[in-house]
Design a protein around this ligand. Structure first.
Ligand code: TLP
Length: 344
């Protein structure tokens, strides 16, 4: 059966060139700092994000965890969006492992957190309060329709943070999607932030890995914390080789995923019984709702016909386009959605 997997861009399989890069990568023990391929990836990642240094980690979740643990101590507070991945989908790691207190503030539909709301959440000095240390942003914003944050917004948050002596961490799991959608360099989106994590294993199609980028001293401390959480990897060059390939060959094609998401959204908007807002689709993530009928049945009908995606609310579903999904796949997916919406 033909399977169209739109559950996530994490399901991408490495392209042939990436697999070949693994075979020829020079390797060493990265815990000793001796893997040349990991070093090359870290240098490249630092350059792309405009930071001094970088650190390869196992996942986006580990990247955010290690970054927050590096910025904050026990009892410190992090201001973050109530829809952000770190707050919703990282198993409470910052609290469980770091004793760090999350202070969620409402995200706007475009993934921003209003500056006044951030300012109001910053704690004054008082023995009753946790100490605010960090502000976290997410770009693109997964739960907010893959919305890219504009560089101007991030800069304003950075200025606000500076005025209060706070640090800023950016969950840039899909920062390359944001850069491609906005037509800017990644560097512009990361300017001023103290740390950024981006993922190699989502739209860039690498099998494993994320990278934390920041100032040299920050990254050295993060390297220690990565070891603490068991994330020191040995001949990690086999992973880094894929990451280097991803950064060199997989960025420009992301535009295709955005076009496919647009096509999908416009198609869904024309299906009787389904509702979406194509104008909200800026990158590779979209949501839609089933207006009538049983959502569990609808979901199951699609699955049985080979179309996979996540249910993210009572009547709400998420679709993610990515490498390996072609235009004919989009037409095919639309056919399945239309049939399932009819209940056939
Ligand atoms: N997101 C996954 C799921 O966990 C929801 C997905 O399919 O979208 N930050 C953001 C913004 C993310 O979307 C994700 C993964 C992560 C961090 C975590 O990355 P991994 O899965 O590598 O730990």
């Amino acid at each position: 059966m033909r399977i169209i997997d739109l559950r996530s861009d994490t399901v991408t399989l490495p392209p042939p060139g990436m697999r070949e890069a693994i075979l020829t990568a020079p390797l060493g023990d990265d815990v000793y700092g001796e893997d040349p391929t990991v070093r090359e990836l870290e240098e490249l990642a630092a350059e792309v994000t405009g930071k001094e240094a970088a650190l390869l980690v196992a996942s986006g979740t580990m990247g955010n965890l290690v970054s927050v643990l590096t910025h904050c101590g026990r009892g410190d507070e992090v201001i973050l969006g109530d829809q952000c991945h770190t707050f919703l989908y990282e198993a409470g790691g910052i609290s469980a492992l770091g004793g760090i207190h999350p202070h969620p503030v409402r995200n706007e539909p475009d993934g921003t957190i209003p500056l006044e709301a951030i300012a109001a959440a910053i704690r004054p000095e008082n023995i009753h309060f946790p100490r605010t240390r960090l502000i976290c942003l997410e770009n693109t914003h997964n739960r907010c329709w893959g919305s890219p944050l504009a560089p101007e917004y991030t800069r304003e948050v950075v200025h606000l943070a500076r005025r209060h002596g706070l640090a800023v961490h950016l969950d840039g799991a899909r920062i390359f999607n944001a850069a491609v959608a906005l037509g800017v360099e990644v560097e512009e989106l990361t300017a001023g932030v103290d740390s950024v994590t981006f993922c190699l294993s989502k739209g860039l199609a690498a099998p494993v890995g994320s990278v934390i980028c920041g100032e040299r001293g920050f990254i050295e401390e993060a390297r220690r914390i990565r070891k603490q959480v068991g994330g020191g990897m040995r001949q990690a060059g086999i992973i880094a080789a894929c990451g280097i390939y991803a950064l060199k060959h997989m960025v420009a094609r992301i535009a295709e995923d955005h076009e496919n998401a647009q096509l999908l959204a416009r198609g869904i908007a024309n299906v009787d019984g389904l509702y979406t807002e194509p104008e909200r689709v800026r990158t590779n993530i979209l949501y839609f709702e089933l207006e009538r009928g049983d959502p569990a049945e609808f979901h199951e009908l699609c699955r049985k016909r080979g179309l996979l995606f996540h249910r993210t609310g009572e009547r709400r579903f998420r679709l993610v386009t990515h490498y390996g999904i072609t235009r004919p796949d989009i037409d095919y997916a639309l056919g399945i959605l239309a049939e399932a919406a009819k209940g056939t």
